[in-house]
Ligand binder design. Structure first.
Ligand code: FAD
Length: 449
């Protein structure tokens, strides 16, 4: 039985938006083989013709990915050098924001807040958005092969985000990984997965809703803890006899630990159980249970978050660092360029530096990298600056209260990367709750207006 069809459920308008998002992602699995049979030649068609683009008006910069990194990069490449001809390639037809999506899952904000138009972003900022995917690169010729045709370029920035590694949950068989992904989607990549989780919550009657924290440097460190709080708030508010169980391989939350632990204890003790130092080693889709070193955990429904890796295209292009367990790009950490190639850049969550994989980090980093590329085009260099991780987490969906952290990064010889200039506010408040939503609106303006 569907619990509600009002603000919490997907209304007709939301449903239509959801359908558009789902169909937009449908081409995402395309791969192309060389040496084509007639059937394959049809697939290879776009690879053998130029994309339908006007002759470049200046040096052409391709930005791959229209997420937090790619959107900011495209806009600020143009601002830093108006003569650049910027083309952003992104397969989805609508932008879906992962930041603030937990608030939508917890019924604190409407879906409208998360959806934005690629068409408007490109028109407002003087670049071209090409709907398609990068599938191969000829870095010698500086030619990018996309599902919409090939494009010659002067510079290319790869900001394709992340993919999941289901083997980290003990699910090694690809067919089984697809079953887990479709039955219990993680909801840490934009779009369709979130719609699926929202529908699960709308239909949830009783029992355990299972969430987990992955290992490694996963996307949005506070994300799983914030989601647990907001679903617990939602269960309480709606009178649902459900409980969130959050499995964490760590001893305590990986960030803003005191703020989250206080919220778990003081606000959510009836609807949230937090279990620490526990790793998922297997998933039984049909029996609805996960296996851990301490036994099995049964659930009524779940959203399972595997370890992340850089989006697969980075590896397919031969640009992943083979030493990186998350297959992130190999780049000069201070220039963002691929070794020996000053024309190829990697940014956003696909970067190898152990920065927080966050939208604010990707946005502020893109401001810096776009300046670097504009300078490079004039034969100049600009010094590295630290990106900024500003991250709010709503821990109370009823009172709309948040906590926050604001930090930068520094590199110390012999020690590597670490945080600097850290400002941490772990006492939750309504004031930070308001600032949380205003932060999102400010960044949407920065990317789309
Ligand atoms: C639930 C949740 C909550 C979050 N909350 C916050 C928060 O409060 N604050 C914060 O700062 N961050 C938050 N984040 C993290 C933030 O969303 C990510 O760090 C950010 O999106 C990273 O930006 P990106 O551009 O690297 O990747 P993405 O935003 O994922 O964009 C990558 C884009 O590349 C495209 N792409 C992939 N492959 C190709 C290809 N071959 N060709 C063309 N395009 C391609 C994809 O379609 C995608 O649109 C949250 C994330 C989640 C999931």
């Amino acid at each position: 039985m569907t619990k509600n069809t009002g603000k919490t459920g997907l209304g007709r308008r939301d449903f239509l938006k959801g359908a558009a998002l789902a169909s937009a992602g449908a081409g995402a699995g395309l791969t192309v083989a060389a040496g084509a049979t007639p059937a394959l030649a049809a697939v290879a068609g776009p690879l053998s013709r130029a994309a339908d683009l006007p002759k470049p008006s200046g040096q052409r910069v391709i930005v791959v990915g229209g997420g937090w990194s790619g959107l900011t990069m495209s806009k600020y490449l143009k601002k830093n050098n108006p003569k650049f001809d910027v083309v952003m390639i992104e397969p989805n037809s609508t932008f879906f924001s992962c930041p603030l999506s937990n608030l939508w899952l917890g019924d604190v904000v409407d879906l409208d807040l998360l959806l934005h138009s690629y068409t408007d972003a490109a028109k407002n900022n003087g670049y071209t958005w090409l709907q398609g995917m990068l599938v191969q690169l000829d870095r010698e010729k500086r030619r990018a092969f996309t599902t919409a045709g090939y494009i010659d370029y002067d510079y290319i920035v790869l900001s394709p985000g992340i993919d999941y590694n289901y083997a980290s949950l003990g699910v090694k068989d690809p067919a089984e990984a697809i079953r887990v992904a479709q039955s219990y989607p993680a909801g840490f990549k934009p779009g369709s997965e979130h719609l699926s989780i929202k529908a699960k919550l709308d239909d949830f009657e009783e029992g355990v809703f299972l969430l987990n924290v992955p290992t490694g440097n996963y996307r949005c460190l506070p994300g799983p803890y914030e989601r647990a709080c907001l679903i617990a708030s939602y269960f309480k508010r709606e009178g649902i006899k459900g409980k969130v169980v959050l499995l964490d391989p760590n001893e305590k939350p990986t960030i803003k630990a005191d703020g989250f632990l206080a919220a778990f204890k003081e606000l959510h003790k009836d609807h949230l159980e937090y279990r620490t130092a526990v790793n998922i080693t297997g998933v039984d889709v049909d029996k609805k249970k996960v296996v851990t070193e301490f036994g099995e955990v049964e659930f009524a429904d779940a959203a399972l978050y595997p370890r992340v890796r850089a989006a697969r295209i980075i590896q397919d292009l031969g640009l992943a660092d083979p030493k990186s367990p998350q297959m992130e790009g190999k780049i000069d950490n201070f220039k963002y360029t691929v070794p020996g190639d000053d024309h190829t850049y990697i940014a956003g969550d696909a970067r190898p530096m152990p920065f927080s994989k966050s939208g604010n980090t990707a946005n502020t980093e893109a401001h810096i990298v776009s300046k670097m590329i504009a300078a490079r085009a004039q034969g100049k260099d600009v010094p590295w600056e630290s990106p900024n991780t500003i991250c709010y987490s709503m821990v109370d969906g009823e009172g709309k209260q948040s906590i926050m952290v604001d930090a930068k990064y520094k590199f110390t010889k012999g020690k590597g990367w670490g945080f600097t200039d850290v400002k941490l506010i772990e006492k939750r408040s309504k004031q930070l709750g308001k600032a949380n939503i205003e932060w999102g609106k400010g960044l949407y303006r920065d990317m789309f207006s």
